[in-house]
Design a protein around this ligand. Structure first.
Ligand SMILES: [Zn+2]
Length: 242
């Protein structure tokens, strides 16, 4: 296991990468990309090798890293035995044009809290998010590119799951893409084990109705816009609390 021990302003100790310049990880001090290498062991065959780890993506100066993220190629160990392993690492995603920051923080609750404190103390403006995994970041970036509000999407997910026969609100449901012409959102709905997924669709208009409730928009210090946030927001909406 790597990269699961901390998530703060500095990279975890396990990486032999450069430190964040000046201890700052927001604003102009952040370089185009922070790349290090770390020794990782293939969980299938036990072979160790040095693997590149990207810990910072600036979409303006390093669009290639963003593409690798979207392609599922970022921070992946590809072993000679054929096994592909996603490496858990802290990754800061910054889209300066959209004024958007998202921090991947795979180290658990304490690490997420620590990252939230760092965001709050940074004085950075714009949209700030914290997510637990690269997969979650990929979804956020797809939403950003599609011009969709992640908070309204999380609410739409809860309503969509509640409308399925299983009504399983814990089921993994990820945004895939939007078809504006057909007025449809496409999603990937995973089975309870999370191992396989099928495509589902929902009306874009239903999302639009949620997104138009601008009073439901999260505050600047609400950094974790996820299923739990969506559940609570839907509950508030239904009970008429806002
Ligand atoms: Zn292997």
């Amino acid at each position: 296991m790597i990269g699961t021990e901390s998530c703060g302003a500095r990279p975890p100790r396990v990486f032999r990468s450069r430190a964040w310049p000046g201890g700052s990880w927001h604003g102009a001090a952040v370089p185009a990309s922070i790349v290090g290498t770390t020794s990782v062991t293939c969980p299938a065959c036990g072979q160790s090798r040095d693997n590149q780890i990207v810990q910072s993506i600036n979409t303006a100066t390093n669009p290639a890293a963003k593409q690798r993220l979207l392609d599922g190629e970022l921070n992946v160990l590809v072993c000679d035995c054929g096994r592909r392993t996603q490496l858990a690492a802290n990754v800061l995603f910054h889209d300066p044009d959209a004024d958007y920051f998202c921090q991947v923080c795979p180290g658990g609750e304490a690490a997420m809290d620590q990252a939230a404190q760092a965001f709050r103390g940074s004085g950075a403006e714009g949209t700030q998010r914290i997510v637990p995994s690269l997969n979650a970041l990929v979804e956020k970036v797809k939403l950003l590119d599609a011009g969709l509000e992640d908070w309204a999407i999380e609410m739409a997910k809860v309503l969509l799951l509640a409308s399925t026969p299983e009504q399983d609100l814990d089921r993994v449901l990820l945004f895939d893409d939007v078809d504006h012409e057909a007025g449809v959102l496409h999603w990937m709905l995973f089975d309870p084990s999370g191992s396989s997924a099928r495509s589902v669709a929902s009306p874009l208009a239903a999302y639009g109705k949620l997104a138009s409730r601008t009073h439901g928009r999260p505050g600047i210090h609400e950094l974790r816009i996820d299923r739990a946030w969506g559940l609570e927001a839907v509950r508030r909406m239904i009970t008429g609390a806002n």
